[in-house]
Design a protein around this ligand. Structure first.
Ligand code: SF4
Length: 387
């Protein structure tokens, strides 16, 4: 839709937006219900050492005020057996990216409108040219998605209390995962597996917890139960969306340590979403920095923390409180605000907050520039040789 000039919406404009939204939502919902041949929702991996590759992913929300581009051309990949941290301020599109991977974006308003999400599945094998075949989750029918969601890709949500059903026991909810993955598993075996999982995530007296209700457990224990659920299907990828935000600091450290140990033990990958740079530094092998629905910098944890390049990443590092900081000095904060996601500018989205603008910044949105084989940044300052 055409960009609005003022901040107000007239009744006529509002009707136009609604008409446009209904048309778009019907279109994307019909796409999901289509019967597709396997070749239409499969693709090939660019690198078979990756567990998932996102390429130009676009997810929009058709709201009453216009189309919100929550994820706007996101490209990055998660290698096998690695922890990739996705960092950025609230509303930058981290959680919507993860929900797009799980096909859990709130429909019909929220829709994946473009790009590919290639998931490296062992079910599909290789094509005739020897390339690893992958599911394209962005267009995969919902009925097919059940094959990988909860088994190969699982998610640990932010708030364990709202993720667990308060009227069923922990055991009932854990067994349910086993029944979904193996419909003919005997009840006694499902129980033994659930108790084993509870033990694995460090819960003492697992038999007692098996018979407890969520409200009888502490926040840390509930989050351990959520991790146990995520591990039930031996996943290849665990998406942890701010898994420690609702917990106090000491429990946070325990849960993060547990996640790291389990990742090493199980040999899976983790996509760790957080706004806490300390958590990223402690846990991640690689880091993706997002701003206003786009990836603005990505690299190894060492590159992002010791050699940040994008003015936003540098600003984020500066706004971190340090134990050595002068207590009388105010904490640095990046001036200005994130642009309105309904009316995004045509040039760099960080331009209105950037103190290092050059003439070129008035032009089109900057492409990703390679600094090293693993370090990429989207900023005009590094166009020539990355200096
Ligand atoms: S492209 Fe320009 S405006 Fe954008 S972050 Fe780089 S220097 Fe700042």
């Amino acid at each position: 839709m055409e960009k609005k000039k003022s901040g107000y919406i007239s009744i006529k404009e509002s009707r136009e937006i609604q008409k446009y939204n209904v048309k778009q939502m019907k279109y994307y919902e019909a796409l999901k219900r289509r019967k597709l041949a396997e070749s239409e929702y499969t693709s090939v991996m660019k690198d078979e050492n990756n567990v998932i590759e996102l390429e130009n992913l676009e997810t929009c929300f058709f709201s009453d005020n216009g189309t919100v581009k929550a994820v706007n051309g996101v490209t990055f990949s998660i290698p096998k057996n690695k922890i990739v941290g996705v960092v950025g301020e609230s509303g930058c599109g981290k959680s919507v990216t993860s929900l797009s991977i799980m096909q859990l974006v709130q429909a019909p308003q929220g829709q994946v409108t473009g790009g590919e999400i290639r998931f490296n599945s062992d079910d599909l094998g290789y094509d005739e040219q020897g390339r690893k075949r992958a599911y394209n989750v962005a267009v995969m029918p919902t009925s097919e998605m059940y094959k990988i969601r909860g088994r190969d890709i699982t998610m640990i949500f932010q708030e364990p209390m709202t993720s667990l059903n308060p009227v069923f026991t922990i055991g009932y909810q854990l067994d349910e995962v086993s029944f979904l993955l193996q419909p003919d598993i005997p009840k006694a075996d499902a129980k033994a597996k659930s108790v084993e999982l509870l033990k694995k995530v460090g819960i003492s007296m697992p038999e007692h917890v098996y018979d407890s209700y969520p409200h009888e457990l502490s926040g840390g224990m509930r989050q351990r139960v959520m991790i146990a659920m995520a591990l039930a299907g031996n996943p290849k990828l665990i998406i942890a969306d701010e898994p420690t935000t609702a917990l106090d600091v000491t429990i946070q450290a325990q849960i993060l340590e547990l996640l790291k140990d389990l990742q090493r033990e199980q040999g899976c990958s983790i996509m760790l979403i957080t706004h806490d740079l300390g958590v990223i530094a402690e846990m991640a092998d690689e880091v993706v920095v997002m701003y206003a629905g786009k990836v603005i910098e990505r690299g190894t944890v060492r590159e992002i923390f010791h050699d940040p390049r994008h003015p936003y990443t540098i600003g984020l590092q500066k706004s971190k409180p340090l134990i050595t900081s002068d207590v009388n000095e105010p904490l640095y904060s990046i001036p200005g605000n994130v642009p309105n996601p309904i009316n995004l500018p045509d040039n760099c989205y960080f331009r209105n907050r950037c103190n290092r603008c050059v003439e070129k910044c008035k032009g089109k949105y900057p492409d990703m520039i390679k600094i090293t084989d693993t370090h990429y940044v989207s900023c005009y300052l590094y166009e020539e040789g990355g200096k």
